[in-house]
Ligand binder design. Structure first.
Ligand SMILES: [Fe+2]
Length: 388
C-alpha cells in the first residue's frame, strides 16, 4: 500500500466497455484485498486471465521446523554461502517461520527466471542484499538494486531478471498479512507524515508497462499451501495494457530511510519501516549516536517478554555484537534477556556515529528455525555473553 498510481490505457469509468483495436473488449480484472474492503487495482488484459491450457502436477514446496532446537539465543552464519540453488524458486531457503511470517535467503545461480511466479500465500518483501535487475510484473517494469526493499503483493504474477555480473543475494520475507507502511506515520487519508523516516518520493512503483502480446505456452508457478502449482496459459500473464489503483509492487531503498536519533538511546520502533500482521520490519542505517554527555550508544540489556527479535546484518560493523558477519542472522528469543556482548558497552562510549546497515524482523508469536537453518547454527552463540 503506497498511493494511487496508474499506467497505460484505462477507460474513463471502471466496469464499462473498453475496446481493443479489433473491436473486442479488453478483459477487466479487479485485484482486491480484504474481500472488497482493502486496497485494490483494476487491470485490463488483452486475453482472458482464466484461459488455462494445462495444469501440471504440483511440486511440494515447504519448510519443516526444527522442533528440537529449543530455547536458545541463535546465530545463523550464512555469510559463507555463495549460492543456495539453481533458480529463484529452488534456491529459496527459508530459515525461520511461524504462522505469520517466514524469512530466509535466496542466492540463485540462474539470474533470469524462465517461468513466472505468483505467491498466493502471502505478500513478499525481498531485500536485495547484493544484486541488480528488473522486476517484470503485470504492473510493469521496475528496476531494483542493492539495498532495495521490494514489496510484492500476493497474487502479483512476476519474474525477475537479475544482471549476470556480481554477487546476487536476496533476503526473502513472506507475510501472511499485508505488508504496509507504518500506520503511526500516516495521516487519516494515508499520506506519510512529516515525522515519517521516508515519504512518497522514496517509494518507487513500476514506471512503464511491459506488455507481452505473443500467444504461446506460458508457465506460471503458483505457491499455495505448501505446493508450487503448475499452471500453463495460452498467453503471457503480462498482457496488461493499463491499470490503476493502490495495489502494486514497489521498491523502497534502505539508503532512503532517514534515521531518527536522540540525546539518549532510541528504541527499535524509531527504525520501523513496515508493519504486517504479527510482525514489524525495522531498518538500522548509518546515523549519529546519542548526544547526551553521559550517553551510552550501545543498547541496554533487554527482556523481550512477548516477541522474538531477528536481526539480519547487511553492512558495516555492528558495535554491540562480536563474531557477527555480513549475512549473519541473530534470533533473540522471547523468554531470555539479550544485550551487548561483554566489552562493547564501554567501547561504545564516546563513539559519534555508526555505519551499520541491518534489517530487523520482530515477531509477536514465537518463531522456529527450519531444518534448512540447522547447518548454519553457531553452536557457541548462546554462551557468547559469558566472560571467562
Ligand atoms: Fe531487543
Amino acid at each position: 500500500m503506497a498511493y494511487y498510481h496508474r499506467l497505460g490505457k484505462i477507460p474513463p469509468k471502471r466496469h464499462t466497455q473498453f475496446r481493443q483495436p479489433d473491436g473486442s473488449l479488453y478483459k477487466e480484472e479487479l485485484v482486491s484485498s480484504k474481500g472488497f474492503s482493502g486496497i485494490y487495482s483494476n487491470l485490463y488484459h488483452i486475453y482472458n486471465p482464466n484461459s488455462v491450457r494445462s495444469i501440471g502436477k504440483p511440486i511440494p514446496y515447504d519448510w519443516k521446523v526444527a522442533d528440537q532446537h529449543g530455547l536458545n539465543q541463535t546465530h545463523l552464519k550464512t555469510s559463507g554461502v555463495e549460492t543456495t540453488g539453481e533458480d529463484y524458486l529452488s534456491a529459496r531457503r527459508m530459515l525461520m517461520k511461524n504462522n505469520d511470517v517466514m524469512m530466509g535467503i535466496c542466492a540463485p545461480k540462474q539470474r533470469k527466471m524462465d517461468s513466472y511466479f505468483k505467491n498466493a500465500d502471502g505478500d513478499e518483501l525481498i531485500y536485495i542484499h547484493d544484486g541488480k535487475g528488473v522486476l517484470y510484473s503485470q504492473f510493469g517494469k521496475l528496476e531494483v538494486g542493492k539495498g532495495d526493499y521490494v514489496v510484492i503483493p500476493r497474487t502479483t504474477i512476476y519474474r525477475f531478471e537479475f544482471d549476470e555480473e556480481g554477487p546476487l543475494r536476496l533476503l526473502i520475507i513472506e507475510s501472511h498479512g499485508p505488508i504496509e507502511t507504518v500506520k503511526r506515520y500516516r495521516n487519516e487519508v494515508g499520506q506519510l507524515l512529516e515525522h515519517s523516516p521516508y515519504c512518497e518520493r522514496d517509494i518507487r512503483p513500476p514506471h512503464e508497462l511491459h506488455i507481452e502480446e505473443e500467444k504461446g505456452e506460458y508457465l506460471v508457478q503458483i505457491k499455495k499451501q505448501g505446493m508450487l502449482h503448475q499452471y500453463t496459459y495460452d498467453h503471457s500473464p503480462l498482457d496488461i495494457v493499463g491499470w490503476d489503483g493502490y495495489l502494486y509492487p514497489y521498491a523502497l531503498s534502505i539508503y532512503d530511510f532517514e534515521p531518527i536519533t536522540g540525546r539518549i538511546h532510541q528504541p527499535p520502533p524509531v527504525h520501523q519501516t513496515f508493519q504486517a500482521w504479527g510482525f514489524v520490519i525495522c531498518s538500522f542505517v548509518p546515523r549519529l549516536f546519542d548526544y547526551h554527555p553521559l550517553a551510552i550508544p550501545a543498547p541496554y540489556n533487554h527482556s523481550n517478554i512477548d516477541s522474538d527479535e531477528v536481526l539480519y546484518y547487511a553492512e558495516g560493523e555492528f558495535m554491540s555484537r562480536k563474531g557477527i558477519d555480513r549475512g549473519s542472522f541473530t534470533i533473540h528469543m522471547g523468554g531470555l534477556p539479550h544485550g551487548p556482548h561483554p566489552g562493547t558497552v564501554e567501547k561504545s562510549i564516546g563513539a559519534k556515529s555508526t555505519e551499520e546497515y541491518a534489517v530487523m524482523l520482530d515477531t509477536f508469536r514465537p518463531l522456529q528455525i527450519t531444518t534448512d537453518a540447522l547447518e548454519f547454527v553457531d553452536k557457541g552463540y548462546p554462551m557468547s555473553w559469558t566472560e571467562d
